[in-house]
Design a protein around this ligand. Structure first.
Ligand code: BGC
Length: 942
């Protein structure tokens, strides 16, 4: 086999991607950002290591660095680990960086962009690619403008569930809740509302949605920002979200590309180690699991991709040419721009060569120090010949073309002229660059524009549809507001029903925004913590919504909104209760915040703050043992429920995920039966943490100076793992897509319509639909990049200018190995989203679905695919994979025929030898339709 075709982990290549020009640590520092958020980072001060762009480290800095390493190696962190040699060669080189402007859909935008870029000066080009520095503008990310040609600085803002650090916005349910709805329309609607809010707040680029982490490890701290532990679900959800956002002329960012599956060691220095963890992922797994949803995002026309902090196969994701140039830009045909995660860029020229187009927040190796790896260094690198001018031109053109593509040049479509709020102060007046020590005049930075409109309705619908009912013994629920119950209607006819609500998670705690970035677990849990969190405009607690919901003349409600058991006993709150509704939760978040020993990733999959004990206490003692209990928990992901799920007194259980501001209203709607629950688990709930396999466990202790996380389970994550041995599957507690309803459905008449015959490989890669712009290539004069005389410099602000012409020295730049070998174009590529044939429908499966129960409800049938058991493939396949889902409303007795179109990509696997998607032509594909992963109801072969 041709070694160059193997993709990742091919030992025959010895590239020097960005990681190899990293230096040693300089210092360990905790910088606090000013203003609203207290974001602590441990980062080295800038020492630019890309030689032509670097300065000399001082002796003091070197000594401190050495001391830090000795400290680490001697076990100062409470651990020891082996020191390994260089792992160069595990991520093959892919050069040169493919130019944007090859897709027909983008052609007009590229033409316009070319006009503008051709008139830009060198510093203007650099401005467009480089952030101005942390808190050097009103948004979390700000680029410099190209004033002479009228191109504005761009404002970039988190995050996936709403506008971060802003007032008067909607706090939508988190991604994991959106995934649990299995509702494409709501996925789109949330994106749309988010886009409207961003535009009206003056934001050009939303830093979301997130599909990485995908959820390999159920305890992963940021899984909740994405849509669930399955690439197909993530792909559909992110594409709908992106369309929603971008239809509002706001650029979406799909993040984090790729392999940022855990928070521990995600970033150099944040965890006391000089380098970030390496996610070691084989080629097939990369394609079928981790990069898969990014394909949907690109196909949906996403404007931006954020590369992640971690390394992939021992090359930093933001400097990994195979990932950015090869997979993203060539194979997936990505036309927008790649931005770095905040400080994920670890090299200067090397990362540009590897395909990075924009650096964020602009500061380089050190948090908020104003020393960029690009900015003036990029000007220098172009002028001294290290970075080819046409790479810079492509970087800028990609950004400007994205701006045109979204219609942001059109004042009637996009009327914002920068953010009308500040991420860094709540005051009306403030400075434009709060991160700079230079004195600045006060201006009106917060205009308090209310952008919420009626988005609470969408937030509530999602929150309702994301609630998964795990148990409802003998149709015990719903209960009406007059205290009548499911099967045994009105058992308390002649007396007032006594309901008790228990648990801190039902109540307000110290208020919804008590901790910065929601970085603590207190009160009812509406979202996880970190950059993916927002300031809640309000939070309807479950306790208040339930209390308000019950008819007070029929029901007496009491509340005990804490988890402490002695207190509960003393309060006698359980006495005399007929029904007890107990709440608990489990929280996690981004690694820069740590709460109660949880450093981003959860330490286990249990309920927190004594939730299990509280539930047992309530269930045992509700009404002196005579009452019945309902359990509701809010959580960032799977929770082990084994301790109480089969408790006789627990009649109903709900996994209510992360509902955002409308929390209480949502759970009340479900308990009272305004709607049937229709949420489905976007992950598997296993019986034991070990059941997720070795690959499902977070690495909490580093196993190397560069922690090495081998994804040895390959494509077998979540349900694929539990089911990997078809004959002896591990039984889950609740399977993927599980979720009970107040009604039942029957399915019949499964049909297959073949649209195109099977064939092994997609049609040949088509010729590009458009040509990238060609510039005249004239090197700018050095003088162009010198500091203008009339500029007022802000200290620490990142400018594109250089001090003197003598800064430009020519010499040999150590280009990465393989840089001169032009890579063959991928047969899987050819247009935005890859080879168009991959997106063609090859078969349609249809089935008749009927609401066979007594309650109106939304049905959520899924299509599951099993690869032909006796095919020509020499690789193995998961027992089944998700390849379709739909959601629609059926009244009792009503039926509907539902169709699942299946594309070539859906039917293919990634053939490593051929480096292409391959369909199996021998044997039969098995299509199953069912209501969860484990119980296919009807099957048909093709
Ligand atoms: C996160 C990103 C986020 C960025 C800006 C980083 O720490 O990983 O997801 O968009 O900060 O806030």
């Amino acid at each position: 086999m041709d070694e160059s075709k193997r993709g990742f982990l091919s030992p025959s290549h010895r590239p020097r991607d960005s990681e190899s020009d990293l230096g040693s640590p300089d210092f360990l520092d905790k910088n606090k950002s000013p203003g609203k958020t207290s974001r602590a980072y441990a980062t080295p001060k800038s020492r630019i290591v890309c030689r032509p762009m670097s300065g000399r480290p001082s002796i003091r800095v070197l000594l401190i660095g050495l001391a830090a390493i000795v400290f680490l190696l001697v076990g100062g962190g409470g651990f020891t680990y082996r020191i390994s040699g260089s792992r160069d060669g595990q991520s093959p080189p892919w050069y040169p960086s493919p130019k944007g402007g090859t897709a027909k859909k983008w052609a007009a935008s590229y033409q316009k962009a070319a006009q503008l870029v051709s008139k830009m000066t060198l510093p203007e080009k650099v401005n467009v690619t480089t952030g101005t520095g942390w808190s050097m503008g009103l948004a979390v990310g700000n680029t410099g403008p190209a004033n002479n040609v009228g191109f504005p600085g761009l404002a970039l803002q988190d995050g996936p569930l709403g506008i971060r650090m802003a007032d008067n916005i909607t706090a939508f349910p988190a991604g994991i809740s959106v995934g649990a709805t299995f509702n494409k329309k709501l996925m789109y609607e949330r994106g749309k509302a988010h886009g409207i809010e961003a535009r009206q707040k003056g934001i050009n680029v939303i830093l979301g949605p997130s599909v990485g982490p995908i959820g390999r490890m159920p305890a992963g701290g940021r899984n909740w920002e994405g849509f669930g532990s399955d690439p197909y679900l993530q792909g559909i959800a992110c594409a709908e979200t992106i369309k929603g956002i971008q239809d509002q002329h706001v650029m979406a960012t799909i993040k984090h590309f790729v392999g940022n599956e855990q928070e521990h060691f995600r970033q150099a220095w944040e965890w006391g180690l000089p380098n970030a963890i390496s996610s070691n992922i084989d080629d097939r797994t990369m394609h079928e699991i981790y990069a898969w949803p990014f394909g949907d995002a690109v196909k949906a026309g996403v404007a931006s991709v954020m590369c992640s902090y971690n390394q992939v196969n021992n090359s930093y994701a933001c400097g990994n040419s195979k990932l950015l140039n090869g997979i993203l830009k060539d194979e997936l045909g990505f036309q927008g721009f790649v931005m770095s995660d905040w400080l994920a860029q670890r090299s200067g020229v090397a990362s540009a060569l590897a395909g990075l187009d924009m650096t964020m927040p602009g500061d380089g190796l050190g948090w908020a120090d104003g020393k960029s790896l690009w900015g003036p260094k990029l000007s220098q690198a172009v002028l001294n010949g290290s970075l080819p001018l046409d790479r810079l031109d492509d970087m800028v053109t990609r950004i400007v073309a994205s701006w045109y593509q979204l219609g942001q040049d059109n004042r009637t479509l996009f009327d914002a002229t920068g953010p009308n709020f500040s991420s860094f102060t709540d005051e009306k007046m403030g400075v434009m660059a709060p991160g700079s020590p230079t004195e600045q005049s006060l201006v009106e930075v917060n205009k308090f524009v209310d952008v919420q409109a009626d988005h609470a309705k969408i937030a509530r619908e999602i929150a309702i549809e994301s609630i998964v009912m795990l148990k409802n013994e003998r149709d015990w629920l719903p209960m009406s507001r007059n205290a009548e119950f499911g099967v045994d209607r009105n058992p308390w006819k002649n007396k007032k029903l006594k309901v008790g609500i228990f648990g801190e998670d039902a109540g307000p705690g110290e208020g919804p925004n008590a901790c910065p970035d929601r970085g603590c677990n207190q009160g009812t849990l509406a979202m996880g913590w970190g950059s993916g969190a927002v300031e809640l405009p309000y939070l309807i607690t479950p306790a208040e919504a339930l209390e308000k919901g019950f008819n007070a003349s029929r029901v007496e409600v009491t509340k005990y909104l804490a988890n402490d058991l002695p207190g509960l006993e003393e309060s006698r709150a359980l006495e005399g209760r007929d029904v007890c509704i107990v709440f608990a939760n489990s929280d996690a978040g981004e690694g820069f915040v740590s709460w109660n020993g949880i450093k981003g990733d959860r330490n286990d999959l249990r309920l927190q703050k004594g939730g299990d004990e509280l539930i047992l206490e309530v269930a045992d003692n509700c009404g002196g043992g005579k009452g019945k209990t309902i359990v509701v928990y809010h959580a960032v992901g799977p929770v082990l429920v084994d301790k109480w799920i089969n408790h006789k007194k627990i009649k109903a259980v709900f996994a209510a995920h992360l509902p955002g501001q409308e929390s209480g209203n949502a759970i009340a709607s479900i308990i009272f039966g305004d709607e049937s629950p229709s949420g489905k688990l976007p992950y598997t709930i296993a019986k034991r943490a070990e059941d997720y396999g070795d690959g499902g466990q977070v690495m909490y202790t580093p196993n190397d100076v560069v922690p090495q996380q081998d994804f040895t389970e390959g494509i077998y994550i979540d349900y694929r793992w539990l089911n990997r041995d078809g004959l002896f599957p591990v039984d889950p507690q609740f399977s993927f897509a599980y979720g009970l309803q107040y009604t039942g459905f029957s399915m019949d008449n499964i049909q297959l319509e073949v649209k195109k015959p099977k064939s092994a490989f997609p049609a040949p890669r088509p010729a590009p639909g458009a040509r990238p712009p060609v510039y005249n290539g004239t090197m700018p004069a050095v003088e162009e990049a010198l500091w203008p005389k009339d500029i007022r410099r802000l200290d620490k602000y990142i400018y594109p200018y250089i001090d003197s012409a003598s800064d430009i020295r020519h010499g040999h730049y150590p280009y990465p190995e393989g840089y001169d070998t032009e890579q063959p174009l991928s047969g899987a590529g050819g247009d935005e989203g890859g080879n168009p044939d991959l997106w063609e429908t090859y078969a349609v499966i249809s089935i008749d679905m009927r609401n066979s129960g007594k309650f109106p409800a939304k049905a959520v049938p899924q299509l599951w695919l099993s690869y032909p058991p006796n095919s020509e493939a020499t690789v193995d396949f998961p027992k089944r994979v998700l390849r379709g889902f739909e959601k629609f409303y059926l009244k009792p007795g009503q039926s509907k025929t539902v169709k699942f179109p299946v594309t070539r990509r859906d039917l293919s696997y990634w053939n490593v030898e051929e480096q292409n998607w391959m369909m199996l032509t021998k044997g039969n594909y098995i299509f199953s339709v069912g209501l969860d992963e484990r119980t296919p109801v009807r099957q048909i072969l093709w």
